[in-house]
Design a protein around this ligand. Structure first.
Ligand code: FAD
Ligand code: NAD
Length: 473
């Protein structure tokens, strides 16, 4: 006989969707239980956002040191080449992850949430049995259920994970630097990690099915990233489909069909497959719950309610965009709805950042997207080569810029996009401007601190209004 735990709120999944939902529910005085099998923090803290950003930071640091060893600049030189130890990097990353996941555990405890390490399997919409990681069994009967089971890597049938073929999870656990890395998929993960491995010293090539890398960003925006890839000898094979891995003469190769359909080979110590992620909908009794689906995701309304009363779903499980901050906002919101607050998930836009070299930020509509929606727009663009702050941080030479798109009739900002070194830190101001319905005059009229990159945002608004100060109109 297993123990029975009754609660007001059961959260399944401890990622950036689930754990904030549980903390908020606890803060609101609801008796809350959270269950996660693979570690609090979910994909994001353990195998995603944080590990990848740790790798990206370390790779950039190593690359900068190599430059200093090769050429004295800014009065800095290194008398010897720096060395790199992949095992040391992975251990440091694990330390960062450990601090954060421990912190999540403490926050849950402070909010009086019971955290159970184990796998939950539903028998019906409100009852599940948890096989705990320490070998026990707990039966949970909940008044409300928040499903936050997240997503996992898409596997290509002809390239099953194992041996030299890895997904992002394993790539972030490597203890030896691959000499030749082939990345299949030139999207977020492929380019963020591909660029990081290039900076660490791997030979990197990318095989992408479409006619562009980073297909979710527009051509003008990705040009600086393409320039970096070219300058740093990252070969990008577009309109190409990865086929299989072959071993020959003691070496491993990835075979792919190129844009003419001809089979080509790339030497590969590791093949990183990063062709998207799919919701985790199997193995936890979804079929017993009677929920409606929206393709491969769970269908929810603007309060994250499924078709079943008292059952909510959030985060990657409910579809695009598959981003941590979207999951978190939905988690907080659902807890408040359960506590009786009137809330809706209705953002004007969800900001996205791609931590490539240089970085990309997108909030709201691009000029083409706005036009496709029938808007007549004006745009303003400010090159970061004209930003004092960018130049003091070795930016500006990479073709970076800030671009604002506004409705011509009332100057309401519809979209803001930027590319360049360190522009990820502008995403907060961009998101606020779009969410609050700011006009160009609001942006241009707010005094922006000198010298910061944010001045570039104000200048882009001034450019859209026809009178920029630091570039010719
Ligand atoms: P998840 O984080 O996937 O968490 C779900 C959790 O539920 C997992 O721990 C899983 O083990 C657990 N679980 C599932 N089923 C059960 C069950 N039945 N019982 C118990 N536990 C269960 N997003 C960004 O916004 N910024 C980034 O920079 C970024 N970088 C990324 C880099 C990489 C390499 C990857 C892979 C992803 C990245 N993402 C990033 C995406 C981000 O990680 C996801 O959008 C986010 O983690 C989704 O949160 P979630 O709570 O919906 O699910
Ligand atoms: P993605 O959708 O960003 O990119 C996948 C790429 O693979 C696409 O360009 C696609 O055209 C290509 N592709 C698909 N099938 C292919 C094939 N058979 N051969 C060659 N190319 C193929 O997916 P991802 O990079 O796996 O990332 C998954 C999700 O994780 C993203 O959608 C994003 O939401 C999230 N993520 C976010 C961040 C961030 O916010 N900075 C970072 C990493 C991941």
């Amino acid at each position: 006989m297993s123990d029975v735990r009754k609660c007001q709120v059961l959260v399944v999944g401890g990622g950036p969707g689930g754990y904030p939902a549980a903390i908020r529910a606890g803060q609101l005085g609801l008796d809350t239980v959270i269950v996660d099998k693979h570690g609090l923090g979910g994909t994001c803290l353990n195998r995603g956002c944080i590990p990848s950003k740790a790798f990206i930071h370390a790779a950039s640091k190593f690359e900068e040191m190599r430059h200093s060893a090769a050429k004295s600049e800014m009065g800095i030189s290194l008398v010897a080449e720096p060395t790199f130890d992949m095992g040391g990097l992975t251990a440091w990353k694990d330390g960062v992850v450990g601090k954060l996941t421990k912190g999540v555990g403490q926050l849950l405890k402070a909010a009086k949430v019971e955290a159970i390490a184990g796998w939950a399997k539903f028998e019906n919409a409100k009852t599940c049995v948890v096989e705990t990681n320490d070998g026990g069994t707990i039966r949970i009967e909940a008044e409300n259920v928040i499903l936050a089971t997240g997503s996992k890597e898409v596997e290509i049938l002809s390239l099953p994970f194992g041996g030299p073929i890895v997904g992002s999870t394993e790539a972030l656990e490597l203890t030896e630097l691959p000499e030749d890395l082939v990345v299949v998929g030139g999207g977020y993960i492929g380019l963020e990690l591909g660029i990081a491995f290039r900076k660490m010293g791997s030979n990197v090539s990318v095989v992408e099915a479409l006619d562009t890398v980073l297909p979710s960003y527009d051509k003008e925006l990705i040009r600086p990233v393409q320039m970096w890839l070219k300058k740093n000898k990252v070969a990008v094979h577009l309109k190409s489909l990865a086929k299989s891995v072959v071993e020959e003469g003691g070496q491993t190769f990835l075979e792919y069909a190129d844009d003419k359909g001809e089979i080509q080979r790339l030497k590969a110590d590791k093949v990183l497959v990063a062709v998207g992620r799919v919701a985790v909908t199997e193995g936890w009794g979804l079929e017993t719950m009677g929920l409606e689906m929206d393709g491969r995701f769970i269908k929810v309304d603007d309060q994250c309610r499924t078709g079943m009363r008292g059952v909510y779903a959030i985060g990657d499980l409910v579809g695009e965009p598959l981003l941590a901050h979207k999951a978190t906002k939905q988690g907080e919101l659902v807890a408040e709805i359960i506590a009786g607050h009137r809330r809706r998930f209705d953002p004007v836009s969800i900001a996205a950042v791609c931590f490539t070299e240089p970085e990309l930020v997108g909030v709201g509509l691009t000029p083409d997207e706005a036009k496709a929606k029938g808007e007549t727009v004006i745009t303003g663009k400010f090159p970061l080569a004209a930003s004092g702050r960018a130049l003091t941080m070795e930016g500006g030479a990479d073709g970076g810029f800030v671009r604002v798109t506004a409705r011509e009739s009332d100057h309401v900002v519809l979209g803001i996009h930027a590319v360049g070194k360190h522009v990820s830190e502008l995403s907060g101001e961009f998101a606020l401007a779009v969410e609050m319905g700011a006009r160009l005059e609001d942006i241009a009229g707010a005094i922006h601190v000198h010298p910061t990159l944010t001045e570039g945002f104000a200048e882009s608004a001034l450019a859209a209004l026809g009178h920029p100060i630091h570039i010719s109109a």
